[in-house]
Each structure stands twice: as structure tokens, then as C-alpha cells.
Design a protein around this ligand. Sequence first.
Ligand code: ADP
Ligand code: MG
Length: 476
Amino acid sequence: MASRIPDEVMIDAALIKELAGVAKDTALLQGVLMRTKESPNSSELVTYAPFTLFPSPVPKSVFLQALSVQTHFNTLVDKISQDIDFLQEALASTIEVDDFTARLFKIHQQILKEGRSQSIVLGLNRSDYMLDQREDQTSSLKQIEINTIAASFGGLSSQTPEVHKHILKVAGRLEESQRILDNNPAAGLARGLAKAWELYGSERAVVMFLVEEVQRNIFDHRYIESELWKRNIPTVRKRFDDVYKTGSLDPDKRLFVDGKEVAVVYFRNGYMPQNYTNEQCWDVRLMMERSQAVKCPDIGTHLAGTKKVQQVLARPGVLERFFPDQPQAVQQMRETFAGLYTLDMGPEGDKTVAMALAEPNRFVLKPQREGGGNNIYGSEIVKVLREVRGSTERTAYILMDKINPAPIQNYLLRRDSPLVISNCLSELGVFGAYVRQGAHMVMNECVGHLLRTKSSEHADGGVAAGVAVLDNPLLV
Ligand code: ADP
Ligand code: MG
């Protein structure tokens, strides 16, 4: 499929070069920023976050479908996080072989034993989709995954619409320019954080962003921080190590870090094994989990976002367990599910192995990892499955139908990359925010979207992984 931008524009090298220059300046003006590889922890040297020259067409009906199902997914994640038996059963085979999930699960068990010390729950998640191309050229919305921890780009995607609006005007496409949607996930995510902070009920207490060692994407966080400061809600940024050195619980399990009481711990770190560089990180995770601070996410919600849980949810009758009286909600969610298959030991898992070996290009093999670059495709699937098929090691993975979106031509603007036209695939993310206090949902909203686009040569990987770039949907 061609871009919506006329071919004569797409191939006019001089014009594209000029537009790319304007686009980069506009991104800098609008604060679509990232720190550089050379100085990831200082803002002395920044560049634009990578983005597409043009917005990508997305069918309106599919876009609206993704927005309208989001509050159901918020509710679903929240219900799973509280369902002890479900999590135990769903993850039983995974934690036998996957150490990272096992460690998270162990924290979950310990918290249950001690009793939760905080009844306020804050969920900030992002449900990601691709548009599967049907034979009749229409497309259907298929969920890739729900990120329940450290879902990023809500900040920068609040700034990218202005860039594409501007560049379309400069390209003489005023009508399209006016159709670029406003988007402000930063404000919505901050609303959730603010609500949790307010319910915690201490004016002096801070919202603590738990951040990574390397902080190239700091500006994405800064937008949310700044929304909180606008409300006079203090925020601090701390690493695992800072919390280890200066953090403690008082006798009431209130969390103090560097002398300040923490109302909300917002995890922008802690989602993958490499984030836990030593045992102290795990001690810190447990301490925060045991504390009275509102955790975003709490450990149950983190586990609810695992790929194994996603696969179990696709089994017949499982969504009904969580929504017994809401067949419409069940149907809306299930419509977005791609085929997901267990690799548990037994005849069903054996069948999955045989199916994947017979037609590896139809599937994606996924371990329980986040952050991009971990999935397995094509001939690699055959290699890996041949190795693990006879052992419980295979239960660390799930198998998923591969989604095949229609490629669209665009230019990916990235520092030090040549300006060339690429065949691109897009992934739509939808941000959800909810707050629950005890049994009462205080807030449950869809708070914005994110479109990321990558060259179709890359099977995997997000913006932070250096593969995808920021984009905006142009509804068609
Ligand atoms: P991660 O948690 O590492 O982000 P994802 O499940 O989101 O893992 O997969 C990473 C990337 O791999 C996605 O952004 C998408 O580009 C690609 N991908 C994942 N699942 C599929 C699928 N079923 N079909 C096609 N591409 C997929
Ligand atoms: Mg992902």
C-alpha cells in the first residue's frame, strides 16, 4: 500500500531533504527530545527522539476500537492482579523454569503472607496492537501485549502531533495537517499519579520515579513530572541503589527515601532481569512492595502483564471468569486477541511445537521478557524449539500468531542515519490509567495513544531499543 502522501512528494529528494531538516528542528522546538548515547546521563548534549517524517495512515474504525476497549483491559489487569489462584495456576509452569518470573512471584507470595499494607492501587499501562491485513485488504486490530510496568513514551507522544501538523503544512498538505489528532497521555498518566498521591493523603510525601542507571529517555518522564509539579505534587528520581542506601520503612511500613516519605513509587525501571544488577535491587523491590506507598504497578499487576498470563487469557472461558456478567466486554477484548498457544508439557504443548516446526513463519516465539529484542522468529524458532521441545525449558515461552500489517512507505528520521525511504510497519499503543481504593474504582480511563513505526526489515524492538521511531496516526 502506498503512503497517503502523493508519490511525487515521496520521491522528490530535494523536497524530502528540506522537509526532514524542518521536521528535525520542529521536533527540537516541541521538545521531542532524547539524550545521546555519548552522554546518556547528562542533558548537555541532546538530540531529537527518532520519528517519522510523515504520519502513517490508520483506519479510523480500528483506532476507535482500540480506544474503546481500553477501560475493559484496565479492569481486566486489575482483576487479574487480585486473583491469587489465577496467577498461581497461570504461572505455575513458567516459574519452574524462568528465574526472573519466579523471583517476582516469590515477592508476590511473601506479600500475600504478610498481608498488603496499602489498599490503593494505581495502574498505568499501555496496550499495544498491530493491524493484521486481511485477504480482502481490510485490517483487524490484534493485541501484541499489555505493558503493565514502565510503559513509556506517554510524554514524548504528547509533543509529536505538533511536529506532524507543522510538517504537513510545510509540505502543502493543510487538510491532512488538520486531521492530526491531539494527544496528551502525559496529562492522563499524571492524573492517575496525582489521584493516587491525593488518596495517600500526605502533602509532604513525594511521587518517586524509580529510574534506570542509563537515562536517555528522561524527557519522556519529565513531561509527567512537570504535570505533577503543576499540581504542587513533589516528585523525585531515584535509582535502586539510592533507595538501597537511603530508604527504609518506619514501624507503620511508611516508605522513606532520602528523608522523604514516598506516597507513590512509579516504576520506570525493574521490568527486566538486567535492571536488577545485584541482590540489593531485589531487597529494594521487596521493601518497596511491603511498604505503604502506592506501587505503580504492585507486584500482582506486574505479574498480570507477563506473556504467559496473556496466553492463558486467550483460552476459552478465561475472560468470562473475570467478567461473568459482561459478555459484550468479553467479546470486545477477545476480538483483539491473536492466536496464542501454550508450550506447557503435555499433548496440547506438543501440538504447539509440531505446529510451529511445520510453519515457523506463521508464528512468533516469546519468552517472558520485556523491552524489545527478545522474541524469536522464523528459522530461529525451529532451532530453539528443537533444542527445548523435550524438556520443561520450553514452558518459559509462549507461541503467538504472527501479525502481518500492510507495509507503508515513510522516512525514518534518526540521528546519523541516512535519509532513505523505507517500507514500514506500525504499532499502535493505547494508554490506560486507573486507580482503585479497596473495592472501589476511583478512576478508569483511556488517556491517549502512541504510534510507533519501524522498518519492516526489523521483526522486533521498540523506540528505546533503537528500532522503532515515534509516529502519529492519520485517520483514514
Ligand atoms: P516486548 O515486551 O519485548 O516489547 P512484545 O511482545 O511487545 O515484547 O514484542 C516486541 C516487538 O515484536 C513488538 O513491538 C512487535 O514489533 C513485534 N511482535 C511481537 N509480537 C508480534 C506478533 N505476534 N506478530 C508480529 N510482530 C510481533
Ligand atoms: Mg512490547
